[in-house]
Design a protein. Structure first.
Lengths: 237, 343
């Protein structure tokens, strides 16, 4: 059996006395789209931030066979793990091109230009706006830029925190198409979403998080048909 | 007042203004990257001037001994912080940065003191700019994520500590260095010395150099990105702890150059840096701690106002310069453009 690329086991994260994530175990294998769904405040973003090394966590974290629990954010990026955070965290007063260039800050100018051409192929919109300041772009464009910037680092696992948040339905559909394309190009995706229906449609496997704990997990298609999930997260349609 | 006096006052003002501009740039740079309002910048100037004057006179400057001490403390900090993940590569890098380089500079200072102007100049810039990163490691890195106010308090503390160390390592006596060159030309009634030209040239070169660094190089863009969005910078893999050290090395280097330029023009004491630094600070504040060209213009204005007020009301010259801040701060508080930047 193949080993998971990213594996979190028995992970807990606390804000002071409050445990926002309790004993969560989760795995992402190569070529997979894995989603974590759950209500607002269930601890999904906290989980991703801990996996990225932004928040201190207790528990085992391995990536590509090596323990990453003690690595700083910067070293996790170098190892092949990237996070597109819910707030995008762009360099708003800098151009689209500069944002992308910095995504490949560790690489030579030549390598970065080659990668940028790849990102522009995937997001033609960014190519049109290459000289525009990131802060002046629309929400959808900023999400694309944040994803493009993360791809510049050449991640093996890309973690996306609420990529559809605040975007128009048509753009949400675009974003999910891009996520599918990314998986085809060999990037594994860990997707956190409140838009459970879209997330379960796109994903291979899913975890359900409630009050900091994983309460259900399984194939995304099975969870999408689970009556309890349907009631709690998918609405009665 | 006749034309000759007017020209002299203008020349004096522009020359001093150019030096304030250098200080202002360093303050803007450090604030942009680290959010520290860097009060001790003046100490780098005093250290630069005194180091240069002592080397030129054939003595080993106190900073050459201070550097290995700072480096050793920074080394202990790093060894403690990284105690659970120390590797061979880490030890080699640390050893080179914090033991070999400082001792090599001390050795060079002992060997090359008094040999030539160029050697003194290069050594001064090397020693003083090497102090910057260690100072950041000791005083600011542990507080890097704290508020601007906490960082300001740390900066004031650092200023007081460096002034005290200046007294210990250089003594209470003032020093003055020989001019960089005896070259001089007459522009009409006005003699322009090589020293003046060196000041203008250094300022223009630094403006061009900083522009090139921040707009054209990936390292410079990474520093700007860290200033704009620290978390975003970490998420793309920029080592934000390193950027603070780079910023302080640059600031200390700029301070050292200002000191070298200033040392032949006035007598510098261990505590002279503060007032000079404050004038650079006025310029940087007028520039909103963000704009290099605005800071340069403001610095020249400060220099001119200072030189004219020292002619008309010399007792009040500092009062007049610092009073300038009040209307500027008033206007800024109404136009209210903040440097905090969020997505």
């Amino acid at each position: 059996m193949t080993k998971p690329l990213l594996s979190l086991s028995n992970l807990s994260v606390s804000y002071g006395k409050v445990e926002a994530v309790r004993g969560v175990s989760l795995e992402v294998f190569a070529g997979e789209i894995v989603t974590v769904i759950g209500a607002n405040g269930a601890g999904k973003s906290t989980l991703l931030n801990a996996a990225m090394g932004i928040l201190p966590a207790v528990g085992e974290q391995t990536f590509d066979g090596a323990s990453i629990g003690r690595l700083e954010v910067e070293d996790r990026v170098a190892a092949g793990l990237s996070l597109v955070s819910e707030r995008r965290e762009l360099f708003s007063s800098m151009s689209v091109e500069d944002n992308l260039r910095l995504g490949a800050v560790r690489f030579s100018e030549r390598e970065a230009q080659a990668r940028m051409a790849g990102v522009f192929d995937r997001f033609p919109r960014l190519k049109e706006r290459r000289r525009q300041e990131a802060g002046t772009m629309s929400g959808g464009e900023r999400q694309m830029l944040a994803m493009g910037r993360a791809l510049m680092a050449g991640p093996k696992v890309l973690m996306l925190d609420e990529p559809s948040l605040g975007l128009a339905p048509r753009i949400v559909a675009d974003i999910f198409t891009i996520i599918e394309d990314l998986r085809k190009s060999g990037v594994a995706i860990l997707l956190v979403e409140q838009n459970a229906r879209a997330a379960l449609n796109a994903a291979d496997r899913a975890y359900v998080m409630e009050l900091g704990e994983i309460t259900m997990s399984g194939k995304a298609a099975d969870l999408a048909n689970d009556p309890q999930i349907e009631r709690s997260y998918l609405g009665l349609h | 007042m006749d034309l000759t006096i007017l020209l002299f006052l203008v020349q004096d003002g522009v020359t001093n203004g150019a030096i304030y501009a250098l200080l202002g740039f360093a303050l803007v740079l450090v604030f942009a990257v680290t959010r520290i309002i860097f009060i001790p910048q003046g100490e780098f100037v005093a250290y630069g001037a005194l180091t240069y004057a002592m080397l030129q006179a054939g003595h080993v400057p106190g900073t050459a001994y201070l550097l290995p001490i700072f480096a050793l403390i920074a080394l202990l900090f790093d060894l403690y912080a990284e105690r659970s993940r120390i590797t061979g590569g880490f030890l080699i890098r640390q050893g080179i940065e914090k033991i070999v380089v400082p001792l090599a500079l001390l050795f060079a200072a002992r060997e090359l003191a008094g040999v030539s102007t160029i050697a003194s100049l290069v050594l001064t810039v090397a020693i003083v700019s090497a102090l910057g990163p260690h100072l950041y490691r000791i005083a600011f890195q542990p507080l890097a994520d704290r508020s601007v106010l906490v960082l300001l308090i740390a900066a004031v503390g650092t200023h007081l500590a460096l002034t005290g160390l200046g007294l210990v390592f250089f003594g209470a006596e003032g020093l003055r260095a020989d001019a960089l060159t005896d070259f001089s030309v007459d522009l009409g009634p006005l003699p322009v010395s090589g020293q003046n030209i060196a000041v203008y040239a250094a300022t223009l070169l630094l403006i061009a150099g900083l522009y090139w660094f921040f707009e054209r190089t990936v390292q410079g863009k990474a520093l700007r990105a860290t200033a704009v969005n620290r978390l975003g910078a970490r998420l793309v893999g920029i080592r934000t702890k390193g950027t603070g050290k780079v910023a302080l090395a640059l600031a200390a280097g700029i301070g050292a150059v200002s000191g070298v330029l200033l040392a032949p023009m006035t007598t510098i004491y261990y505590d002279t840096g503060f007032v000079i630094g404050l004038k650079g600070f006025v310029a940087a504040i007028i520039g909103g701690l963000a704009s290099y060209p605005l800071t340069a213009a403001a610095a020249i204005t400060v220099g001119l106002i200072e030189s004219f007020s020292s002619f008309f009301a010399s007792d009040y010259k500092e009062v007049i310069v610092f009073t300038l801040l009040i209307p500027v701060l008033l206007v800024r508080s109404f136009t209210g453009k903040h440097t905090e930047d969020e997505d």
